[in-house]
Design a protein around this ligand. Structure first.
Ligand SMILES: [Zn+2]
Length: 138
């Protein structure tokens, strides 16, 4: 028998999808491979909202991965939402590299901020990994 979904698993996924967390980003956090760079990006945003430091490090490419994130020591951030602007393969010839442009909104010290970034992802042995990103200023 399958265990009953927890309250967190039944809640709307923080990434903004219509699915509950347990059927959205929760699956990738539990160990399944995210099927696309966009799905991985969403699950990394959700991991930030939940403070899942291990997951963020695990889905970071080894060449750019920090040794520690210190999420708890940062200023407390209230994440408000994620919008995927666009996503796709970096080149037509290669579906192992992709980019995702997104806007994440958050509040820190009562001030609303946004992070607009174009991120690059690489797939290695079936797992998408975050490589790096550049900020976009309007
Ligand atoms: Zn999600």
């Amino acid at each position: 028998m399958k265990p009953e979904p927890t309250q967190l698993e039944r809640q709307p996924c923080p990434c903004g999808h219509d699915l509950p967390y347990g059927r959205c980003c929760g699956r990738w956090h539990a160990g399944q491979a995210a099927p696309s760079a966009e799905a991985l990006m969403r699950s990394r945003y959700t991991a930030y909202t939940l403070g899942l430091e291990d997951y963020l490090l695990r889905t970071w490419h080894p060449s750019t991965r920090p040794t520690i994130l210190n999420l708890e020591q940062d200023q407390p951030i209230k994440w408000l939402g994620l919008k995927i602007v666009r996503h796709g393969a970096l080149t037509d010839a290669n579906d192992e590299e992709a980019e995702v442009e997104f806007i994440a909104r958050y509040k820190v010290q009562g001030k609303a901020e946004k992070l607009h970034e174009l991120s690059r992802f690489i797939r290695q042995t079936g797992h998408w990994l975050y490589l790096d990103g550049q900020f976009i200023t309007d």
